[in-house]
Design a protein around this ligand. Structure first.
Ligand SMILES: O=C(O)CCC(=O)C(=O)O
Length: 320
């Protein structure tokens, strides 16, 4: 059956045919992509998460000072990222700074997004808002990213506000190398939850192992339905791949490489699961020869970049 989120052009061909450019917006891209997740939206009553008090909100100066401070990343944490393809780091940001960012992203989403949408998204907020810019281009997050990638310098690909509203369903299994039109493994995403994120809120969950993506390399993508998500789950189960799907404490941030397979559960709580996700790449990375519809409206993030060219537009500043 044809996926209702696709145009005539992107729906054409076989179910795994993706060699055309996406021809709608990035919010419509997310609507489409989330429709590929197996499993119904949760029914049953939503649960109230444990109360969380982030304390008095820090002022702008305190937030900027925190974001400028390098994170004391250890060799063991870097080794974990390289062998597992992701790492979860405690205490990257304070609850107060996260609460400030949460309030700002909520305002920006509420101005831009249809409230009926279950998985709300917005990109390129850093161009319009000083607080978001300070976080997205921060030496703290950028410095961790450079250390994990072993890169001298990293550049921004894009920022993302992701709000999984109460009752919204799963995020399908995927890896970002399939999405980003960046021709390199030296790409990662910082997933910054803006509240404590217990399991029933749908924290990001990661398949362990740097080479795990190869286990599912032969599963056919399905642009119309849920068979790819089901196929990846089944292949992982048969191969004994284990999944880290634990809660995120306040201030905990994950970093996953573009080759890390990840998913997220439904949000069965009364509170939207809000996240700032920021993607960085090692300086010098090029655009893939032929971006596909799975890259969404990528020209918005790297304007003017042609296939094969080094990505270094003014939308891709050096962050650290
Ligand atoms: O937040 C989610 O549910 C998915 C996010 C994601 O896939 C990512 O940031 O790479």
């Amino acid at each position: 059956m044809r996926n209702p989120h696709l145009s005539e052009t992107t729906a054409a061909g076989g179910a795994s045919d993706v060699d055309v450019e996406w021809d709608r917006g990035n919010d419509q891209w997310w609507d489409w992509y989330m429709s590929l997740a197996d499993g119904p939206a949760p029914d049953g009553p939503l649960v109230e998460p444990a109360a969380h008090d982030p304390g008095a909100p820090p002022d702008d100066d305190a937030v900027l000072t925190e974001l400028a401070e390098p994170y004391p990343i250890t060799d063991a944490q870097i080794a974990h990222f390289r062998t597992e393809s992701f790492v979860k780091l405690p205490g990257v940001l304070t609850p107060g700074t996260l609460a400030r960012l949460r309030a700002r992203l909520r305002e920006m989403l509420d101005d831009a997004v249809d409230p009926a949408v279950g998985f709300q998204s917005l990109e390129m907020m850093w161009l319009d808002d000083a607080l978001v810019r300070a976080a997205v281009l921060s030496p703290r997050i950028g410095g961790i990213s450079a250390a994990l990638l072993g890169a001298e310098q990293v550049r921004l690909y894009h920022d993302n506000a992701l709000s999984k509203e109460s009752g919204a369903g799963r995020t399908p299994w995927h890896f970002d190398a399939h999405h980003f039109p960046l021709d390199s493994p030296d790409v990662l995403t910082a997933w910054i939850p803006l509240q404590p994120t217990p399991q029933e809120m749908g924290p990001l969950a990661f398949a362990r192992g740097a080479g795990t993506w190869k286990v599912v390399a032969d599963v056919d993508f399905d642009k119309h339905g849920t068979s790819y998500d089901k196929g990846v789950s089944e292949a992982f189960r048969l191969s004994g791949v284990t999944v880290e799907d634990g809660a995120f404490a306040a201030g905990e941030v994950s970093f996953h490489s573009a080759h890390c397979f990840h998913t997220a559960g439904a949000n069965r709580t009364t509170v939207p699961r809000m996240v700032l996700a920021t993607t960085y790449f090692a300086d010098g990375v090029r655009v893939v020869p032929a971006p596909t519809m799975i890259s969404g409206d990528w020209r918005k993030f790297i304007p003017g970049a042609q296939p094969g060219a080094v990505v270094a537009s003014d939308r891709n500043p050096v962050v650290a």
